[in-house]
Design a protein. Structure first.
Length: 395
């Protein structure tokens, strides 16, 4: 193994630790929603605004962080984002009112926006295309492990005296450790260089270089729909299991944390899966698995099915999502930070919209209205994206 490859792998390992915390921050509130609703005298659907504002802020700030990463250097911006997330998590843990907590979660989402997409873009700049999807899968291990840990952490602290403040405090300590690791790593290997001044485009030109391509809109639209149909309802699954089966929030979150374990199973086997299935079959299979999994969650009369289904849905999700990620790094190679950040912006805008719709359905209409659109549409979206991918690769 060459020394440069070893250096790249070590850097990806540290970046994975940063994406771990972004995954944890995204999902930590899922198991806390009933506890937040009880403490602040509101419904779980309204408490879910802590998910919505995080996702919306994360989405909107992608429009800034991507171009900043291209201009100032991706490594520098990632470190700033981690430090900002540390500050926001401390404020969230100390919030005396629900409105203060919403503001802190909004700021947290704004800061977290600079981590995962720019880490992906850093890999896009460093790793050749034919090796990129397996390397992105390594980064995905960090994100998915964080999602698992976040769901478990939220569910665990929801049933403990420290509650949501304890969960946010633990994340704040972890952010401090990762910030030190990142700074040390980039000091030893060199910070990623900014785009030379003579090659820098104005902000609107950077966006235009991505959005002018029809294929970019296909990738971005597919990520938006995935956020709406899957990750929006997923935020309310712990509350649904708690209400339907009288599970503790710890147990409900632990069952659903198997979603991320399914994603990890994909990440470990990514190289073999890509070689044997190919990207088109991956996204078709992913859409079918996600849709059938949501149907199983809706119809299951017993609680034990929830965990195995979550594992399968996680595996199917990343058959689909990892393919989108790979193509996001290639939408506009000259503005890769902007490309990947726009991808994340659409994805988290979908999560925010999906969480808002799922919360309204959970409070007023019931589980069928929350999950049936996903059951019907996710296989259709997987099939449609596979067809578009076939046309794109044939050009």
């Amino acid at each position: 193994m060459s020394s440069s490859l070893k250096q790249t792998q070590r850097t990806v390992a540290v970046l994975s630790a940063a994406t771990f915390l972004s995954g944890a921050a995204t999902r930590v509130c899922d198991g806390l929603l009933p506890r937040l609703g009880g403490e602040f005298g509101t419904t779980p659907g309204v408490a879910g605004y802590v998910v919505t504002v995080f996702a919306m802020a994360y989405s909107v700030l992608q429009l800034l962080f991507g171009p900043l990463g291209d201009r100032l250097g991706k490594a520098r911006v990632i470190v700033v984002a981690i430090v900002g997330s540390l500050a926001a998590s401390v404020v969230a843990a100390a919030s005396p009112t629900f409105h203060m907590l919403l503001a802190a979660r909004c700021a947290w989402g704004m800061a977290a926006a600079g981590v995962v997409p720019l880490a992906m873009a850093w890999i896009g700049d460093t790793v050749p295309l034919d090796e990129r999807q397996p390397m992105l899968a390594r980064l995905l291990v960090g994100t998915l492990s964080g999602m698992t840990a976040g769901q478990l952490l939220g569910g665990l602290f929801a049933d403990q005296p420290w509650g949501w403040r304890g969960a946010f405090g633990v994340l704040a300590l972890a952010y401090a450790c990762v910030a030190v690791l990142l700074i040390g790593r980039f000091r030893s290997t060199g910070w990623s260089p900014p785009t030379p001044a003579g090659q820098r485009l104005p902000l609107h030109r950077q966006w235009h270089s991505v959005l002018k391509e029809r294929w970019s809109w296909v990738v971005l639209g597919a990520s938006l729909i995935e956020g709406v149909l899957l990750f929006g309802p997923l935020a309310y699954m712990p509350a649904l299991l708690h209400a339907r089966f009288d599970l503790t929030l710890t147990h409900a979150s632990a069952l659903l944390a198997l979603f991320a374990i399914g994603g990890l199973a994909y990440a470990v086997a990514a190289r073999t899966i890509v070689r044997r299935l190919g990207q088109r079959r991956m996204v078709i299979a992913g859409g079918v698995i996600m849709g059938l999994g949501c149907l199983a969650w809706l119809l299951s009369p017993v609680v034990w099915i929830t965990g195995p289904v979550a594992l399968l849905v996680g595996f199917g999700t990343y058959l689909y999502h990892a393919t989108l990620q790979t193509h996001a790094t290639q939408m506009a190679p000259a503005a890769r930070g902007t490309s990947v950040s726009l991808f994340a912006a659409f994805f988290f805008a979908g999560q925010a919209l999906g969480a808002a719709l799922a919360g309204a359905a959970f409070d007023h209409l019931g589980a069928a209205w929350m999950l049936m659109p996903s059951v019907i549409m996710l296989p259709v979206v997987g099939w449609a994206y596979a067809r578009a991918l076939g046309r794109h690769t044939a050009i």
